[in-house]
Design a protein around this ligand. Structure first.
Ligand code: FAD
Length: 512
């Protein structure tokens, strides 16, 4: 029987307490003042949603329907000028501003993470213009549409995550890891200029030569803390002519041999190999995209496959990079294999869950046996009420390490492996927001995480605990250090310079 230590019990208690207050009741929050609404009037009534509007009731929920905060107003911005007007009004009214791109924040921070914020929705600002070797991208675009638009404008792509409904705003500003990251780095590493509206409502640009402190801060810690990013200038690229997507499966009982081979493979894997492993009650699944032919993929994966038990299932397909992106986008509706599905325009829709809790740990070196044992133990358990629970074990390394640790505020450059712990419940087609939490799901998550934290300390990984800020977690111990470490001093300096009155604030924003 597992007997938790006093420190893990304490952590669990703190976690459960924060969990229970992190979602809000449905009692009405105070509405916006008359002066605030008067100030917003030039935007036109269709762009300013208050609690009286039907559209407000549709727009006030996060991707994760656990969160039902009540924003003061929701601004459906259509232009940079709209953003400027709205920010000036919120700053004058002392209302917190929460920019929203794809709305996938794990803690509902793009609806404020608290009642009474002004949500600045950027969905309509989703254009992509490729010119020369650069692309200017609106900060409200979702990754699926971004892949599709880049492909349609000259066969380009970009290195980012697989989920088509995630927005570029939060994703890029927190790093952005995907199946091309071992070859091209993080999404943030391909950004050369950022346009942002600051707390005074001014449009500012940031690059290595203009506002370098701001550019440093936005690239890793930029989500919601410094201003509203309105567009990114990125360096897209052409993927290999042939890309091979693949998946292999094992029974959960094989976990020890599979995961030992997997963690040893990290240092041998070619940069053309992007790979992740899911560990859950239904087994282990390795999936990824290789930049090259099926024959070359087989050679490149051989060091792992030869060291692991034989998978009971595999599915390897050679095609275009865009087809591989569609395969792992898990789009529902419409014609199978139609790359337009990435746009998520009707009849296509994202097939992801809406009730979920996530946590993360960043590991600086190959996994120790004790950590692999925990993956097997907790991966095999299925909390009652969950529709899915798994641990994603991402192999990092390669080009992620090419950028110096102090060049951006993304500090996890030395990551060997990153875990994302996920539990989901209620995957009905039209789930209602604000339902009671699945208690057993959260217990699975909290008990498991406490054991992984204890193991992190005792197994000799060294250094402080690190977590990935894109899997933001209100309960991670010492979040400022875990997410931003040595970058915090420069981040606070930037915050004081660009947002001295803390207009851009939420429970885990960079403090003054
Ligand atoms: C289903 C799913 C799959 C995922 N897959 C991956 C993956 O493969 N790789 C990976 O690295 N991450 C992944 N993530 C994590 C994802 O990158 C983060 O949740 C990210 O923050 C989401 O960005 P968003 O714009 O959709 O979210 P939002 O909720 O809109 O924003 C997140 C945060 O950024 C801020 N923000 C958003 N837009 C702006 C802006 N324009 N200016 C300033 N601040 C802004 C918000 O205020 C909020 O604090 C995944 C998440 C989910 C839910």
């Amino acid at each position: 029987m597992y007997i938790p230590s006093t420190s893990s019990l304490l952590l669990l208690l703190v976690s459960l307490t924060i969990s229970s207050i992190s979602t809000t009741s449905e009692a009405a929050a105070p509405g916006p003042s008359a002066d605030f609404l008067k100030c917003l009037k030039p935007l036109g009534s269709s762009k300013v949603l208050t609690a009286k509007d039907t559209a407000y009731q549709q727009q006030r929920y996060a991707f994760d329907l656990r969160y039902t905060y009540q924003p003061s107003v929701i601004i459906m911005a259509k232009s940079v000028a709209d953003v400027q007007t709205a920010v000036k009004c919120a700053a004058a009214a002392k209302i917190a501003v929460a920019p929203r791109s794809g709305g996938h924040s794990f803690e509902g921070y793009s609806i404020g993470g608290q009642d009474g914020s002004m949500v600045l929705d950027l969905t309509a600002m989703n254009s992509v213009k490729v010119k020369g070797d650069k692309a200017t991208v609106g900060a409200g675009i979702r990754l699926g549409k971004l892949y599709l638009d880049l492909f349609n404008q000259g066969g380009y792509t970009i290195n980012a995550g697989t989920c088509p409904s995630v927005g570029i705003g939060g994703h890029a500003l927190g790093g952005g890891f995907g199946l091309l990251s071992r070859k091209y780095g993080l999404l943030v590493d391909r950004i050369v200029e950022i346009e942002m509206v600051n707390a005074k409502g001014e449009v500012v640009k940031a690059s290595t030569s203009t506002n370098p402190d701001l550019f440093f801060s936005l690239r890793g810690a930029g989500g919601g803390s410094f201003g509203v990013v309105t567009s990114f200038t990125i360096l897209p690229f052409k993927a290999a002519t042939k890309a091979t997507s693949f998946s292999y499966e094992w029974k959960i009982n094989d976990y020890a041999a599979v995961l030992k081979a997997y963690t040893a493979y990290q240092s041998k894997a070619s940069r053309d190999m992007g790979v992740e492993m899911n560990v859950g009650p239904s087994g282990l699944e390795l999936y990824g995209i290789f930049q090259g032919t099926k024959a070359d993929q087989a050679k490149a994966l051989a060091p792992f496959l030869n060291a692991a038990p034989k998978p009971h299932q595999n599915d390897v397909r050679e095609g275009r990079q865009i087809d591989a992106q569609l395969r792992f986008a898990f789009v529902e509706g419409g014609k199978e294999g139609d790359i337009n599905g990435l746009s998520l325009k009707s009849p296509f829709r994202a097939g992801d869950s809406h009730y979920t809790k996530g946590k993360s740990i960043v590991y600086p070196s190959a996994l120790k046996d004790s950590t692999i044992a925990l993956l097997g133990k907790w991966g095999a358990k299925k909390p009652s009420g969950s529709t899915a629970n798994y641990i994603i074990v991402d192999l990092w390394g390669g080009a992620v390490q090419d950028t110096a640790v102090d060049a951006t505020s993304f500090i996890h450059r030395n990551a060997h492996t990153v875990f994302e712990f996920v539990v989901e419940w209620d995957q009905s087609a039209k789930p209602k927001p604000g339902k009671a939490d699945c208690k057993d799901c959260l217990k699975w998550m909290n008990d498991m995480y406490a054991e992984f934290l204890a193991d992190y300390k005792s197994a000799g990984y060294g250094g402080s605990l690190r977590g990935y800020q894109n899997y933001i977690d209100a309960e991670i111990p010492n979040w400022q250090d875990a997410y931003y470490g040595s970058a915090m001093t420069r981040l606070k300096k930037t915050k004081a310079a660009v947002d001295p009155t803390n207009v851009f604030r939420f429970p885990q924003s960079i403090p003054l």
